[in-house]
Design a protein around this ligand. Sequence first.
Ligand SMILES: Cc1cc2nc3c(=O)[nH]c(=O)nc-3n(C[C@H](O)[C@H](O)[C@H](O)COP(=O)(O)OP(=O)(O)OC[C@H]3O[C@@H](n4cnc5c(N)ncnc54)[C@H](O)[C@@H]3O)c2cc1C
Length: 307
Amino acid sequence: MHNVVIIGSGCAGLTAAIYAARANLKPLVIDGYEPGGQLTLTTMVENFPGFPEGILGPELIERMRKQAQHFGAEFLAGAVTDVDFSKRPFHISVGKENFEAKTVIVAAGASARMLGLDAERQLIGHGVSTCATCDGFFFRGKEIAVVGGGDTAMEEALFLTRFASRVHLIHRRREFRATKIMLDRAHANEKIKFVTPAVIENISDAGKSSVEAVSLRDTETGKKSELLVEGVFVAIGHEPNTKVFRSILDMDENGYLATRNGSKTNIQGVFAAGDVQDHHYRQAVTAAGSGCMAAMDAEKFLEATGH
Ligand SMILES: Cc1cc2nc3c(=O)[nH]c(=O)nc-3n(C[C@H](O)[C@H](O)[C@H](O)COP(=O)(O)OP(=O)(O)OC[C@H]3O[C@@H](n4cnc5c(N)ncnc54)[C@H](O)[C@@H]3O)c2cc1C
């Protein structure tokens, strides 16, 4: 029987683990398919407080993990495949293994939707990004592309005009899902050039670990062309990792977990932290902050229920 089981080992899960371990609760952290979470996909992180020269994402995660282990957190490889939160203790399955927990912190994060190109996977953190707030600063004076047709793509494109010399907004259709106000703002910005209807078929040059150009196909005429850019921001949405919790935990229409009064979910003793419940800020520091909140809430809950 575990006092606290933490589902996910990104910034939120690891911060929750540090706090729960230091409260002597010996948390069990279940890693998931992506141990370390999204920060392991990136290179330099320059906006996490305490690192004036910046720090590599995987190194920051490794430090958090060591810090949690140092205070007694345990880690388990594997992903949660099923949960039973209908009564306490809660039951958590990782394949054939089953665990019991007095409290659970869900920190399963969200995954950015990608275009599905090999080069895109190889170049993430090396010119391909899914986060303008995180990486825009690296593209000062450069030409870049943003892919997407919704409000997020417009927001990312507008934000990126603060740094980039030109932003090519690539979208597969002529019509946009974005609201009129956002679309108008993007059209009014002279740094944004609309490239429609077009899809990216390849990003070069994965061999050089940097972005040099994108190969485009016009979706109406089939005509192919090349666009020289030094960065590609994929802005086609995120998918919260909440399938296992469907019809168990309250979520919004996009699958993000609903939290109230801090990190509380609709089930007493189950808490949520990080990007799995936040589609707005999506930053390492906010995820870490909410991981701290969840661990403190779990600790209070255990105290109040006499464990
Ligand atoms: C390329 C890139 C660059 C970024 N750069 C920055 C930056 O410079 N600064 C910044 O502040 N933010 C940055 N971010 C955003 C930041 O990484 C996220 O906000 C942060 O990682 C969210 O942390 P999290 O712990 O909530 O979720 P995640 O990091 O998404 O971690 C989720 C964890 O849950 C696990 N999991 C999922 N499903 C299950 C399951 N069923 N069972 C068990 N475990 C599961 C996963 O394996 C993973 O370990 C960047 C993101 C990306 C993708």
